[in-house]
Design a protein. Structure first.
Lengths: 80, 409
């Protein structure tokens, strides 16, 4: 089993989509939300994902394909 | 490390021991070093600082490491220059340039990396690592060499050769990561979990960030133990901006300066200005952006300290301002032509933004203003483009005189 800590950033048009629910139902990934802030024009959720390593990777690839941005919880770590 | 209390979550305020941790176990918020400021205040005085070394380590009482253990390549205590020529052009009588491009690896990154490397040795790490596209990699490679540590430098595979060579010369293991920026970013985050390495800006981030405070201490000391009226700071992750302010507040708390009333302005490039956009729209959330700027050292689209930088802007009455992309090179040349200082693109962003702040009436003629130049221009020569138009002459005096007078006409 693998765990990953990530931040999802939702653009306005995807705020109402049940992305996290589908990660659980469609991929069998355990999702554990730790912090979130949802507004009219954007939203972000910081959460931990737990599941088989390849399944978590597949799930994250699907999330990215929906248009939700996925980052490490520390944000951009590649510095100039 | 007599004055350090613990690590504390910036969000939920949970406390943690001094270990290589960067995120709160409860809310995953970022951790920050917390100090016993009464103890600091008793230990320091203007005199004790003035008798310290001419490096950033004269402020060791404010840093989260053991005394006398510093990995020091002579970083800091860089010049604060009264920029009379540039000031005259902009209409400012008391403009100062904090020239941090003269650090050992030619950028301010030597400050946070010096603290981190010192702390990494205290934690008995054998490997120092970073992921970078420029200034940070050179600094980590140099400090790793000085400390005798194995050093790993990760970078996106499409990075320019000049930047790669500037770090490789110190002898680290260089790792080119294929894929997009986002893929490399996520990969390196996972690496930090998989190996017991001191990743300077990941698991060592709380200590790393503290090094930048020394810029705040230095300008206050160099101004005669006074905080300036304005600071203009380049913005990437937003951390430098928050830490310079933390430095000024700590000096005030220790009784070394009077109350700091500095307006902390943040300068970003038009093509990557997520913090400025949030400031202008009144949000306290920072929307990530895809960077499209020539100021590569400021190209952080999802800034980790963005919300805290917004807090500092609003708390101090500062302004978030961006430099138009086509004005960045003009800013570099203006500083070079007036003060003889050649800065990289981030410095061009600062000078161009400073001009805008003056034009907007945010900075007045008689106010003390410090603009931070954080990297050397030789690092971003490729951004300068082909702007040189030489006088072409045969090697004889008559031809030259003729060409010279033609040019003057």
């Amino acid at each position: 089993m693998a765990t990953k800590r990530v931040k999802f950033t939702f653009p306005q048009e995807l705020i109402k989509e049940p992305v996290i629910y589908k990660l659980g139902v469609d991929f069998g990934i355990v999702t554990n939300i730790r912090r979130a802030d949802i507004r009219d024009d954007m939203g972000w959720v910081v959460l931990e994902l737990e599941g088989e390593s390849n399944v978590v990777d597949e799930g994250l690839a699907w999330v990215i394909s929906t248009g939700v941005r996925v980052d490490p919880i520390a944000g951009d770590i590649i510095e100039g | 490390m007599p004055h350090v209390k613990c690590l504390q979550c910036r969000e939920c305020k949970s406390e943690y021991p001094i270990e290589p941790l960067n995120a709160c176990e409860f809310c995953f918020g970022p951790l920050e070093v917390s100090y016993d400021y009464d103890s600091v205040a008793k230990a320091v005085s203007r005199k004790s600082i003035e008798s310290g070394p001419n490096t950033m380590w004269r402020y060791h009482d404010f840093l989260p490491v053991e005394k006398d253990s510093a990995v020091d390549i002579s970083t800091g205590f860089t010049p604060l220059i009264h920029a009379k020529n540039l000031g005259r052009q902009l209409g400012l009588d008391h403009l100062y340039i904090k020239n941090d491009s003269v650090n050992p690896t030619f950028s301010f990154k030597d400050r946070p990396v010096s603290v981190t490397t010192t702390k990494a040795l205290e934690f008995e790490f054998e490997v120092l690592a970073c992921v970078s596209t420029g200034n940070l990699m050179g600094s980590v490679a140099a400090h790793g060499a000085k400390a005798g540590m194995q050093t790993m430098v990760f970078y996106p595979a499409d990075l320019e050769q000049g930047k790669i060579q500037g770090a490789a010369v110190y002898g680290p293991t260089m790792v080119a990561v294929e894929g997009t920026y986002d893929q490399a970013n996520r990969f390196c985050s996972e690496l930090a979990d998989a190996h017991r390495w001191a990743f300077v800006n990941i698991n060592m981030r709380p200590y790393y960030a503290e090094g930048s405070k020394t810029l705040g201490y230095e300008i206050a000391e160099q101004l005669g133990w006074k905080a300036p009226d304005h600071c203009v700071v380049p913005g990437a992750s937003g951390e430098l901006h928050t830490k310079i302010w933390k430095g000024l507040e700590e000096f005030e708390g220790a009784g070394l300066i009077d109350k700091a009333k500095t307006k902390m302005h943040l300068a970003q490039a038009e093509g990557c200005s997520p913090i400025v956009e949030a400031f202008e729209s009144g949000n306290n959330q920072v929307k990530p952006v895809r960077p499209q700027t020539i100021a590569k050292s400021l190209a952080i689209g999802n800034p980790a300290a963005g919300p805290y930088s917004l807090e500092v802007l609003r708390e101090t009455g500062g302004t978030g301002v961006f430099a138009y992309e086509n004005s960045i090179i003009d800013g570099i040349r203006l500083l070079a032509e007036t003060e003889g200082i050649f800065t990289e693109t981030a410095g061009g962003v600062v000078i161009s933004s400073l001009k805008r702040l003056v034009k907007q009436g945010k900075i007045k003629k008689d106010e003390v203003t410090v603009a931070f130049v954080t990297g050397n221009g030789l690092k971003t020569l490729e951004a300068m483009g082909d702007f040189v138009v030489p006088i072409e002459t045969k090697p004889d005096l008559d031809t030259f005189q003729k060409k010279l007078s033609n040019q003057k006409d």
